[in-house]
Each structure stands twice: as C-alpha cells, then as structure tokens.
Ligand binder design. Structure first.
Ligand SMILES: [Zn+2]
Ligand SMILES: [Zn+2]
Length: 375
C-alpha cells in the first residue's frame, strides 16, 4: 500500500500523543481508472486567527489522521487574538506549519490558504494554493477574489448553510456568488463542514447545478480528537480527491476538474461518477460454490474502506440470512446467503448505497458481481 509505513506505529515520533497512526489511518484503494484517492482537509484554523492551537498541532493531527493534504486557511479579517499576536504577515501560519512538516519529514502536503471573511451576501470564502495571502486582505471582497485568481488559487464557498447566514439551514447562492461563478472566480463549495454540523444536500445540488467542486472540510478550531472522536472510529470531515498521482500538481488539477467526494461521518457526497468510482473500489463480492443441490449461495461483501456502508437490496434475489437492508462495516467482510435462480454462473446484486449521495436526497445505485465457482 502507498502509506503502509503508517502501520508501523508512529506514536513514538509524535511526543505527547497516545493514539497510533495505524488505528486511524485513512486509506482508500485506487479507483478502477487508476486514480489515487488523496485525503485532504482544506479548511483549518490556528491561533493565527480564531483557532485554539499552534499550527504545529494541525500538522501533527493531519499526520496522525492519515491525511495527504492539509490547507492552512486563517481568517484574514477576523483576528480575535490580535492583541497578543499582531500577525502582520498572513502567510506566517502556513510557514510555521510547513517548517514543522519539513523537519518531521511527514508524507503530507501543506498548502497556503486564507479565509476571506465577510457578512452576507459575501459570506466566507476560502482560497488555497496562495503565494501571498496578504494580497487578499483588501477592503472590497471581489478584489480579494481577483487577487486569488491572479495567484492561480482554487477558491470555494464555505458552509453555505451556516445558521447565522441562513437561519433555515438551506444553502443558497447570493447574486454575489453567482457573479463570482460567472466570472470564473469561484470553483467549489463545501457540502460538509465539521465545525457547524454543516451537512448540506442543498449545497450538493448547488455544486451539481453550477459545476462547482464538492468539498468536505473540518473547519477545525479546537482539537480534531475532541471534536470528531478521531482515533476511536471517528474522523474529521474531509475531501477525497481522485488524482492522477500524489503530486501537488495532480492534486490541484483534480480539484479544478471536480474529481472529489466529500466524506462526513459515514456519508459520501459528490458527483455520481466520482462517488461511484470510490464506492466500487471499496466494495466487492465473493461467492462460494453451491452446496449439494442448493441454489442458495454463500457470498461475502468485502469492504476495504474505512467507511460503514448501508446498502438497500434492489435485486430480484433475496437473502436467506438477512432482510434487504445490509450494514456493511468498514474494513470488514459481511456474509450474505443469496437465493439465486440456478446456483451457478454469474451473481449480480444491485444495491442503493444509502450513505452515498449523488444529488439532492438521491442515493447512488451500484451492482456487485461475482462468478459462482463451479466446484
Ligand atoms: Zn467560515
Ligand atoms: Zn473557517
């Protein structure tokens, strides 16, 4: 595996932590077209804006969580620690994080970013892959977006269903956002945000309707472990990026191409082709030979991903050992006994993947196939 070194227990390398990297590593198999699946958190804070930790903790958390990409995105305008930390250079948080990553030799990409922070109708907008975050600290919000574009940044709308901005919890684009999209100044939208219970199927539909990249982020301010039970089965919301390879150039291109899936709790959200690519790489079916003259066949659904799946059987075939709703546990095998027609040939089972959303309240459908061995 690409990150198998994580299994060697890197606890000793990170002083003051008790969890091992092994039990919380985020590993997804490559997809059928050969893309690697990179786990990215593109929205985080430290004491350089309104977060509660030094940037070094962000880097160590990301390493422990098995992420491949971490963006540092301090609020530019919202600076509650300013009296203690004047923060004249808005790139400083990134520089501190990158120094820690480099000296630790973590296999982690750290990316410079910023959160441009205004009231509605502008809202909060992140720009990542910045050369100079200071250039975005300007009076006029749209000028900041133009400065981001001049640096080749990837720009996305944050938590569009945030209650202080949207009291009914329904994500909507303002005319300002529509203007940014039309002018090529906004490329993505968060459909999951870990700080604000920000799960939004409305934002997913906005992404599909406006050709925006689908993102899940932690927007972490405190500690990931305290907020998301990381290390005991939980994980921060993040974005799975389907890239040609693990380079920063391929990662950035995949973001601009919309090759992403947001992962929050056990929910996967995104464009159908991307969600299907990830789910089909996670799940496979294995069948056993028929016993005696029985046409009921023992089979196993193999899940090689750290996501629990909820499957609803839509096949003609029914199961001898369970009803139509299957709970397929993460990184585990789930046995089923299938009432087939003949007990031989190819078995094809169709499911709705209830935790995989490809549109507004619309679940992914997929088919798992296996040959029934002759003997
Ligand atoms: Zn925000
Ligand atoms: Zn934020």
């Amino acid at each position: 595996m690409r990150f198998s070194f994580l299994c060697m227990g890197l606890t000793a390398m990170i002083a003051g932590t008790t969890a091992t990297a092994h039990e919380r590593a985020v590993e997804f198999p490559d997809t059928a077209d050969g893309s690697v699946v990179l786990a990215a958190d593109l929205h985080t804070h430290s004491v350089f804006s309104d977060g509660e930790v030094w940037p070094s903790i962000r880097v160590k958390e990301a390493h422990l969580d098995g992420l491949q990409v971490l963006a540092v995105t301090e609020h530019l305008e919202h600076q509650p620690h300013k009296a203690d930390m004047p923060h004249p250079d808005r790139n400083r948080s990134y520089e501190v994080a990158e120094e820690v990553r480099a000296s630790s030799e973590f296999d982690l990409m750290v990316i410079n970013g910023a959160e441009v922070t205004h009231d509605q109708p502008y809202g909060h907008i992140n720009a990542i892959f910045l050369d100079d975050a200071n250039a975005l600290l300007v009076e006029e919000p749209k000028q900041a977006m133009e400065a981001a574009k001049a640096q080749g940044a990837f720009v996305f709308l944050n938590h569009p269903n945030w209650l202080p901005h949207m009291p009914d919890g329904i994500a909507r684009l303002s005319s300002y956002h529509k203007e940014l999209i039309a002018e090529g100044l906004l490329q993505g939208v968060e459909v999951a945000n870990g700080t604000l219970d920000g799960h939004s199927e409305h934002a997913l539909q906005i992404a599909l309707d406006n050709n925006l990249t689908v993102l899940g982020t932690s927007d972490i301010h405190g500690l990931v472990d305290w907020t998301h039970d990381a290390g005991t089965g939980g994980h921060r919301p993040m974005t799975l990026v389907l890239a040609k390879d693990a380079s920063q150039a391929a990662f950035k291109q995949a973001l601009f191409d919309g090759r992403t899936v947001a992962w929050s709790y056990d929910d996967l959200l995104g464009r159908e082709e991307n969600v299907k690519a990830v789910v089909d790489a996670c799940l496979s079916l294995e069948a056993q030979p028929a016993q005696r003259n029985y046409t009921v066949i023992s089979a196993t659904i193999v899940n090689t991903c750290p996501v629990n799946f909820t499957l609803l059987n839509q096949s003609e075939e029914t199961f001898q050992n369970t009803g139509d709703v299957l709970m397929v546990k993460r990184n585990a095998e789930t046995p089923i006994t299938v009432r087939t027609k003949t007990g031989e040939g190819q078995m094809a089972l169709s499911f709705d993947v209830l935790n995989a959303q490809i549109g507004f309240r619309k679940a992914l459908s997929t088919t798992l196939e296996a040959a029934i061995p002759a003997e």
